[in-house]
Design a protein around this ligand. Structure first.
Ligand code: MF3
Ligand code: CO
Ligand code: CO
Length: 380
């Protein structure tokens, strides 16, 4: 999903890029002083608290291995962060925080007979049309096929997700399904993205790069599958629960799916694009979760991302839906604050408050009398 720009509503700019791999969240919460106090205490009682946590909850603490910084310093900083998170994220539930990008294996290769989009070679996105396009029947047919294919790959992921596999294993699966079915996994080399799918665990909002991180019981993981087939892209995302997810995590996932599905339900000819953001905000408010406004849905076709921009928050984007348009709806919703940071890998977007985020996406076609969900398999 592209970054939002001009048309966002009243939200303060939530988007921060940092060169720091480890960012301590910006504390502008009321209990800032409380947190500072805790940090002070942790520095004093560091070792006792660490061993206590190791003893009780070691599986839920990530390891630190950053060659760029003094190991000792980072390790202490990280562990302190972990310790105060026990207190700070209490309302966010219990889960393993992702604090660093892992080891990313080499990109996978694509057999020569697969039809590739231009970015497969250049890394540069194929520009879309200047305005939202109304697709002709032959284009709609190709979109249906690409989107059904994406949904089938997504279903295969859904069947295989389990604790103990790595996000790299998900990448291997998505890549293999894509090329075996004669498609190209669209993320691969898109603006240099190094893998074939995006996998975003717990506090990662989106664009997580598959790596050696092992999925553990209690994780939620968004898997965003896009495939290029018959000259068109099909794009869909699901958030999966690994094993036993705590109640607030389950609620987040349920709320995120509802945000997408209720927004899709209002789509049809003559409906303004702005209605989507209103609906998503509405549902998010009812469910007491937060929309992450800085990522938008998009028009899609022979291009991966093109007009219209689909805001999931209040906005003033012009125009309305017309028959033949295809676009995605892909709200990210979070437990806490809406602002994110991009890690040094240039992709991974993490929640600044370390709360979890969940995302669901479908590619939708506007028809004469409503809409068709192109990335939904019959009977699901
Ligand atoms: N699939 C994402 C979307 O919904 C885009 C991912 S771009 C990538 O728009 F390069 F990270 F793959
Ligand atoms: Co998308
Ligand atoms: Co997507």
């Amino acid at each position: 999903m592209p970054l939002a720009h001009r048309h966002r509503g009243t939200d303060p700019n939530p988007f921060v890029v940092t060169s720091r791999r480890y960012c301590l969240p910006n504390f502008d919460w009321d209990y800032r002083n409380f947190v500072c106090f805790w940090r002070h205490m942790q520095l004093k009682t560091h070792f006792g608290l660490v061993s206590q946590i190791r003893g009780t909850d070691s599986a839920r603490l990530s390891t630190i291995n950053d060659p760029h910084t003094s190991r000792r310093k980072i390790s202490s900083c990280h562990q302190n962060q972990g310790i105060w998170d026990i207190f700070r994220r209490a309302p966010f539930g219990s889960y393993a925080l992702v604090l660093r990008a892992g080891e990313v294996s080499a990109p996978q290769s694509v057999p020569a007979h697969i039809e590739c989009p231009p970015h497969a070679v250049t890394g540069e996105p194929q520009p879309g049309p200047a305005e939202p396009e109304m697709k002709a029947a032959w284009q709609i047919k190709a979109m249906r096929e690409a989107c059904t294919f994406a949904a089938q790959i997504q279903a295969a992921v859904g069947c295989s997700i389990k604790a103990g596999m790595t996000t790299d294993d998900i990448d291997v699966l998505v890549h293999r399904c894509s090329v075996e079915g004669g498609g190209y996994p669209s993320p691969l080399n898109y603006l240099g993205f190094p893998k074939s799918v995006c996998t975003s665990v717990n506090n990662v909002a989106c664009h997580g790069i598959p790596d050696d991180r092992v999925l553990v019981d209690g994780d939620i993981v968004s898997v965003d599958v896009t495939v290029y087939y018959k000259g068109h892209h099909g794009d869909c995302c699901e958030t999966y629960m690994v094993g036993e997810v705590d109640a607030v995590g389950q609620h987040l996932v349920h709320a995120a799916r509802r945000c997408r599905d209720d927004a899709i339900a209002i789509c049809g000819p003559g409906v303004p694009f702005t209605a989507i953001g209103c609906k998503v905000e509405d549902v998010a408010e009812q469910e007491k979760v937060t929309v992450v406004p800085c990522f938008v849905g998009h028009g899609i076709g022979y291009y991966f991302h093109g007009p219209p921009d689909i805001y999931h928050s209040y906005n003033d984007y012009p125009g309305m839906m017309e028959p033949g348009m295809t676009f995605t709806i892909e709200p990210i919703v979070a437990q806490g604050r809406p602002d994110v940071t991009i890690l040094e890998d240039g992709w991974t977007a993490v929640m600044n408050d370390n709360g979890r985020a969940a995302q669901f996406e479908h590619t939708v076609l506007i028809t004469e009398d409503g809409h068709e969900i192109l990335t939904q398999l019959p009977g699901s």
